[in-house]
Ligand binder design. Structure first.
Ligand code: SF4
Length: 255
């Protein structure tokens, strides 16, 4: 499923409340430096450069929608950067965040700004500064075991899990870790299951190091490009959440 517009929603999200989505990536193809086997946007486009929505179009469309919602007495709880891929890959990501903060402050000061990101671009200074300005960074971290991380997220870069943890640590305790739990088989026939004893133990060690503000666990609830993946029952998500919370002292939620 691809978002065919810059602004989508608002949608009522269990995690975020009334969420107005912003898609910085072009409507024609997904663009991400991961290619998660469960990504609801499908697989990456064959042209890896892709295209981005024009930053002035983004800001103008967002402004118009926020004003419309304000006039209707229905301002969102959050403006959420998500959409057809990794938002921080947009070359003007930092400028767009700055403009969004200005718009939010002027039109809907109580509204939060959230970014759903895989955190891989935080080693770029402008991206880091921008991310640290927003209210909620929701950071993908699906496994602390390299083989599973590779199988689930299919990253373009060749970072180790420890290098990925170092990037996540840069959120200085303010990031929200989001972990997709699932089991099944990849299209290449590799078994994946990030709910095993070994996986949860490794995740606990990594989370202690990252020290996020919160952890969110979820499982499949939409169509994914790999059809041989299975949802984790909610009761098991709750059990895993309790175990992680007890071992780390962190707030762990399930959706
Ligand atoms: S990081 Fe997000 S957008 Fe990128 S492939 Fe994974 S799920 Fe899709």
């Amino acid at each position: 499923m691809l978002f065919d517009k810059i602004i989508f929603g608002p949608i009522q999200s269990r995690r975020l409340g009334l969420s107005l989505g912003v898609n910085l990536l072009a409507p024609t193809a997904k663009l991400c430096n991961f290619d998660c086997i469960y990504c609801e946007c499908g697989w990456n486009a064959t042209n890896p450069e892709g295209t981005f929505n024009d930053s002035s179009d983004v800001v103008n469309t967002l402004q118009a929608k926020l004003l419309e919602m304000k006039n209707e007495g229905n301002v969102p709880n959050t403006i959420t950067f998500a959409g057809n891929g990794e938002p921080t890959m947009h070359p003007q990501f930092a400028e767009i965040i700055n403009k969004t903060i200005e718009l939010r402050n002027a039109i809907a000061p109580q509204c939060k700004i959230s970014v759903l990101t895989n955190a891989t671009m935080i080693n770029r200074e402008s991206v880091k500064v921008a991310l640290l300005k927003v209210d909620q960074n929701i950071l993908k971290f699906d496994s602390a075991i390299y083989e599973t991380y590779n199988a689930l997220n299919q990253p373009k870069h060749k970072r180790t899990v420890q290098e990925q943890i170092e990037l996540l640590k840069q959120f200085e305790g303010q990031g929200i870790i989001q972990t997709m739990l699932l089991r099944g088989t990849t299209e290449q026939g590799t078994s994946v299951d990030n709910t095993t004893e070994e996986e949860i133990e490794a995740m606990i060690i990594a989370l202690k190091e990252i020290s996020p503000r919160e952890v969110m666990l979820y499982s499949l609830d939409r169509e994914s490009p790999t059809t041989t993946l299975n949802q984790i029952p909610h009761e098991q998500l709750v059990q895993i959440a309790k175990r992680i919370a007890n071992s780390t002292g962190l707030t762990v939620k399930t959706t």
